[in-house]
Design a protein around this ligand. Structure first.
Ligand SMILES: Nc1ncnc2c1ncn2[C@@H]1O[C@H](COP(=O)(O)OP(=O)(O)OP(=O)(O)O)[C@@H](O)[C@H]1O
Ligand SMILES: [Mg+2]
Length: 283
């Protein structure tokens, strides 16, 4: 059964902007799904509908078979965690620890349990030792990490992340993605992540929904999605950089590749295969 299912959802903002049009999405337990789209395509609106912050005018969202509209806000927020695109929409306590503790405290956990969840979550995002710091004095990247820690501290079944790595430094970006991958692999956390960072997608994400102008253009594995270059262009996206290079070598230099590698690791393997053995450094 699908853990999250959205059926024929449409959402129009009061000013008439049609942000979602007949969007359907299915996510199974334990999947790591990406919503890949350019700016203004409806990613944030879709995530907000999934966790019940806004209600679609038509269609509905089901969590584990139950319509979101029939779940209490408390149950929903506990089961479906959300990391907002803008930290200002999420952080409100005065210190880092207080903010991360808010969710677990509201769940009625005992003080020592709350404290250990706060410590574990801050450690997971590389913010250990900064619990007493004022939220106002954090850098943007640090604020993003605290938002992720706050969501993790709830131990949700599903985590919705709205561009979690935007604004992080390259190392921070990779670390957060590795953390999400670990939570997905080891704890079976189901993840739905909005992003427009195409280079990262093939490394971490199992399945992608491409959105464009509020509609689902295509759904599938990164291999399937990135093999349709016309659709990618139509969605105002591009191939991962390394795949762009390989496509250029195919087109301009007539070099044959059985398939287009999407990651540096795959590209390296394909390129090494083409180099005569005598040219390779002896092991
Ligand atoms: N509060 C709002 N009022 C009116 N229109 C809105 C509102 N929020 C979003 N929109 C419009 O809805 C559409 C989808 O916006 P949304 O924020 O969901 O896109 P997005 O894919 O998350 O974009 P980004 O990559 O820039 O975050 C856009 O056309 C946007 O202008
Ligand atoms: Mg957005």
């Amino acid at each position: 059964m699908n853990l999250i299912e959205a059926k024929n959802m449409s959402f129009t903002y009061p000013d008439g902007s049609k942000a979602l049009q007949d969007v359907s999405l299915e996510v199974k337990k334990g999947e790591f799904v990406g919503l890949l789209a350019s700016n203004g395509s409806g990613k944030t609106t879709l995530l907000r509908c999934i966790n019940g912050l806004i209600k679609p005018q038509s269609g509905e969202v089901m969590v584990d078979g139950a319509p979101v509209s029939r779940l209490s806000q408390k149950t929903l927020f506990q089961r479906v965690g959300m990391v907002f695109q803008n930290p200002n929409d999420q952080l409100f306590a005065s210190t880092v620890s207080e903010d991360v503790a808010f969710g677990p405290s509201n769940m009625g956990l005992q003080k020592d349990k709350v404290r250990s969840r706060v410590e574990d979550s801050l450690k997971a995002v590389g913010m250990e030792g900064l619990g007493r710091k004022s939220i106002h004095n954090l850098s943007f990247g640090q604020q993003k990490r605290v938002c992720i820690a706050g969501a993790l501290a709830m131990h949700p079944e599903v985590l919705l992340l709205d561009e979690p790595t935007a604004g992080l430094d390259p190392m921070g970006e990779h670390k957060i993605m590795e953390l999400l991958q670990k939570l997905n692999n080891e704890r079976g956390l189901t993840i739905i992540m909005a992003t427009h960072m195409v280079d990262m997608v093939p490394l971490f994400i199992d399945r992608i929904y491409i959105l464009s102008r509020g509609k689902v253009l295509r759904e599938g594995t990164p291999e399937k999605i990135f093999s349709d270059q016309e659709m990618i262009r139509d969605a105002k996206l591009r191939l991962p950089m390394i795949a762009e290079l390989i496509e250029l070598m195919k087109r301009e230099d007539g070099i044959h590749f059985d398939r287009t590698p999407l990651t540096i690791g795959e590209a390296r393997r394909e390129l090494v295969k083409m180099i005569p053995l005598r040219e390779l450094k002896k092991q």
